[in-house]
Design a protein around this ligand. Structure first.
Ligand SMILES: C[C@H](O)[C@H](O)[C@H]1CNC2=NC(N)=NC(=O)C2=N1
Length: 91
């Protein structure tokens, strides 16, 4: 099982544009409209399934909020940081 990262390491390694919210990391991506937001959600869902590490996603008209935490570990792990990078790569 993945080990949770300590506060300093999360702060140091959190990708730009991501924030920490308790035991989660979160980023809100902005889009020019709903269709492109939905496309992004599908891209994220594909990666999440490939990596078997799934975010909470809130789909709004022109933005998508993505939240990661590692439920199995009860906090933020390497997996969350890695998936955050994957999501940024799809944006
Ligand atoms: C049984 C457990 O849900 C699975 O091992 C996977 C599925 N996707 C997951 N996604 C996230 N974000 N955290 C997990 O701990 C996790 N676990």
């Amino acid at each position: 099982m993945s080990e949770t990262l300590d506060d300093e390491e999360v702060e140091r390694r959190l990708p730009a544009d991501w924030e920490r919210d308790g035991d989660e990391i979160v980023r809100t991506y902005e889009f020019d409209g709903y269709p492109s937001a939905v496309t992004f959600v599908n891209d994220v869902a594909e990666i999440a399934e490939e990596e078997f590490h799934h975010p909470e996603i809130v789909l709004r008209y022109d933005e998508v909020e993505v939240r990661f935490t590692t439920h199995d570990a009860g906090g933020i792990t390497e997996k969350d940081l890695r998936l955050a990078d994957h999501c940024d790569g799809e944006y």
